[in-house]
Design a protein around this ligand. Sequence first.
Ligand code: SF4
Ligand code: SF4
Ligand code: SF4
Length: 283
Amino acid sequence: MYIATVALCACGGCHNSLLAAGEPFVSLLSEHTISFSSYLFDRRTISPSDVVLATGGIRNHEELEIAREIERTSRKVIAVGSCAVYGGLPGARDREEPPAVSEGAGLPEMLENVMPLDSIVGVELYLPGCPPPPGLILESLKSLEGRYEPPHFDGTVCSECPRTVEVKPVKSWSLHPGCGVPEGSCLLNHGLLCLGPVTRGGCLAACPLEGSICIGCRGPSDMVLSSQLHSMYSDMVKYVTLSTASRREKVEKKLSAVLETIYLFTRRDPVIRAKVKERVPGE
Ligand code: SF4
Ligand code: SF4
Ligand code: SF4
């Protein structure tokens, strides 16, 4: 196969995750040819490829052109990372006016909003995460060779987490990343707003395992996407209300104040965003 890796509005973390796969990645390369890589090739034109691993969303006119070139030159595309899948962290820029670019500065003109990759490119596989775990990127590539089934995690981060929730009231809530919580005890029980209950698994609960809250980098779980509202917020309200024996109104108020955090990675996904907007209290 001819494989290309292309960076759009990306920080490089997803490419690093691929390199972090180490020896299995090197052995995969020995069987295939890298036809283009934004970080390795000193040219801008993307050669025709069987598979493009595309990282990053689309934020300016230059990236829009690159996305169109991917669409023209590739057979299959994997959207690698939550920026490519949902628009990701750069979507947070949409709250602000695009910076004025003076003519002649040579900088590409900004688009009004950051767009996920599939706004322009037909995507074969979605691989959310910031970044996705190295093993998942490799498995996705191999699945396109027909050797394996594509990776898919229908469970949540909670389903992979060794911590256990105990149904009991919580005095106060915080978005503190968490520290000093005893092993085995769910972070929610300590008033830390961990998004594990509504976030797609596949990362082996990397953050809660280390004592930090999950901030939802792998986006909504299948359960959220198959619910009537597609809303991480609503499902989180339901889960927290039940698991901490709290009043629903109190939880709704608390979580509606941190919507930016709940949708940190997904606010540019039009479907999720449109459905979520209908449910934001007070809007
Ligand atoms: S998903 Fe995360 S790691 Fe990947 S390009 Fe975006 S910000 Fe960087
Ligand atoms: S809420 Fe967080 S800490 Fe609690 S079980 Fe789920 S992932 Fe683990
Ligand atoms: S625990 Fe949550 S924030 Fe951490 S890597 Fe997994 S999905 Fe991302």
